[in-house]
Design a protein around this ligand. Structure first.
Ligand SMILES: [Ca+2]
Ligand SMILES: [Ca+2]
Ligand SMILES: [Ca+2]
Ligand SMILES: [Ca+2]
Length: 203
């Protein structure tokens, strides 16, 4: 009986014991933690006038021109924040404006040469580490929490890295999951993208 109860406790902790919110924008700012922003998107922290509890005081609004389907993106280094031995998916809240809201592509990098860094060549292509990608259309209205299990990400640079998703910090040497980018893609080849995001987390 005692062992049975211990098992139940273990299951409960596994399901609920680990969640790292990397940003919920509640400080009214997207510079802490530090995000990098690239190409044509313009992020703006906006007050949550609707006042729904999950989004809190602020969320992030993204607008940007789209050319050749692509607008731009933003990302962050998380190797010092997230332990993927415990996490199994990435979560984010996305606010869409119906079927033409655009698409989101998530790129994540794992460290395959054990240096906690993500080396790139002059064209921003990775030199030593894997990049994994998952893309989805935003075709709903209002807020939705999108949960992406790590198993849905596919290696997008075969031959670079070890082509295996190993986001855990192996023996304290690999940085595991190093960084991620959230990339905004149009629903049409040109025009603009407009979305809101919040509560970016690993769980
Ligand atoms: Ca928020
Ligand atoms: Ca590396
Ligand atoms: Ca690879
Ligand atoms: Ca790898």
């Amino acid at each position: 009986m005692k062992r049975f109860i211990l098992c139940l406790v273990a299951v409960f902790l596994a399901g609920n014991g680990y969640a790292v919110v990397v940003d919920d924008f509640e400080d009214g700012d997207y510079s802490n933690p530090e995000w990098w922003v690239f190409d044509k998107i313009e992020p703006r922290v906006v007050k949550n006038e609707a006042g729904d509890k999950r989004r809190g005081k602020y969320f992030l609004e993204i607008t940007g021109d789209v050319q050749g389907w692509y607008s731009g993106g933003m990302g962050m280094y998380v190797a010092d924040k997230v332990d993927c031995a415990a996490a199994g998916s990435m979560l984010l809240d996305v606010y869409g404006y119906g079927k033409d809201s655009g698409q989101i592509k998530i790129e994540i990098v794992d460290d395959d040469n054990f240096n906690w860094e993500c080396e790139q060549d002059d064209n921003y292509k990775l030199v030593n580490d894997d990049q994994f990608v998952y893309q989805f259309p935003v075709n709903w209205e209002g807020w939705k929490t999108v949960e992406i299990p790590f198993s849905k990400f596919k290696d997008s640079n075969p031959g670079i890295g070890d082509d295996e998703f190993n986001p855990e910090k192996a023996d304290g040497s690999s940085g595991g999951l190093l960084q991620f980018n959230i990339i905004f893609i149009g629903s049409k080849s040109s025009g603009n993208v407009r979305l809101k995001i919040d509560n970016i987390a690993f769980e």
